[in-house]
Write a protein that binds this ligand. Sequence first.
Ligand SMILES: NC(=O)c1ccc[n+]([C@@H]2O[C@H](COP(=O)([O-])OP(=O)(O)OC[C@H]3O[C@@H](n4cnc5c(N)ncnc54)[C@H](OP(=O)(O)O)[C@@H]3O)[C@@H](O)[C@H]2O)c1
Length: 379
Amino acid sequence: MLGARPSHERRSEMMLVDADLRSGNGPLGNVNGSAKEVAMRAVVYSHTGGPEVLRLVERPVREPGAGEVRVKMQVSGVNPTDWKARRGGPVGAELPFSELVPNQDGAGTIDAIGDGVPAGRVGERVWLWEAAWQRADGTAQELVVIPSRQAVRLADAASMDVGASLGIPALTAHRCLTVSELGPRKLTPGALHGQTVLVAGGAGAVGHAAIQLARWAGARVLSTVSNDEKARLALAAGAEHTVNYRTGEAPDEIRAAAPKGIDVIVEVAPARNAALDAAVVAPNGTVAAYATDGGSGLELNVRELMSRNLRYQFVLVYTVPGAAKDQAVADVAVAVADGALEVGEHVGLALHRFPLERMADAHDAVESGAVGKVLVDII
Ligand SMILES: NC(=O)c1ccc[n+]([C@@H]2O[C@H](COP(=O)([O-])OP(=O)(O)OC[C@H]3O[C@@H](n4cnc5c(N)ncnc54)[C@H](OP(=O)(O)O)[C@@H]3O)[C@@H](O)[C@H]2O)c1
């Protein structure tokens, strides 16, 4: 558990605001504005850099425009993409916006709607995706105005913690599981029946979502890990079998567990694992590579891969084609309603919580390789 305040905290220059706002007694709390909200707390940054560029400020509350909803945030989820965007290039570099609120993922309740949005959406619990992608308005603030499409109904039984953990990890995992030639484009229970999936790094946030989604869709799921503790986490998420990729026996162990080969590899480290992947992927199988952990230069033996008609699919969640993104959002929402995408220690994804004013610590935790999910409580 990441309870201790890390050393960089001394560098943190977060500006604390009005005590009433911090304690939640400020002008917030109304639904659809009977007492009009005028100000809210937000974490922002104005130039790239380390966690110390994050500042807690007070901002005016914005009304949603046509096609938009306003979401009263409860939990913001932090992903590696959030600190990578914040660092994004040389320290002090210009940003596309004068002030940028970080974090793509989060969950909360719709408190106001713009023209063209059904009135029934007010009061709806939702999870957000890509809130900060090419926008200045991420989820690290009390009220987020966002296109209605990017605020998805959260199943009644699902917690806000689940909602804040979905966007980046689950949509990336969905893409990886739906790009093979012989596999489905849509995930439903049974859609991956008969397929064997290998999730590299099953104790990671994306790996965790991939294990859960693949299991929900009926696949056999194996996972690679670096140690026994991570094996325990991947098994708790639903993997049938784990293999330590750092031992020389990993290819033999995977082949023993899946003699016909792996149909889809959900790959976090394509360069480092290239030889392993080539050794275990089945004919007509797919390596879906979504990260460059361990290096971005990838050397492949084309003749060897060609002879088995293998497919390499590179995945960046932000630029997935629109129809595939819509399908992923819809399928993930159904999986959540089915209880298939849980979070917490008991399912192999420990939660590490921070209050809004410690957003810098939350970013630092992710950047330092926290095992599990880092969440920030907004209220
Ligand atoms: N392309 C996209 O759209 C997209 C979307 C989401 C995330 N990402 C990127 O994907 C990466 C992971 O994100 P995350 O949120 O899942 O991070 P995370 O929670 O830190 O998980 C990363 C996992 O990968 C494991 N790993 C590292 N090297 C490995 C290797 N050679 N073989 C197998 N496992 C390995 C790590 O454990 P060990 O080091 O102990 O093995 C860790 O469990 C980040 O770089 C992130 O920026 C990309």
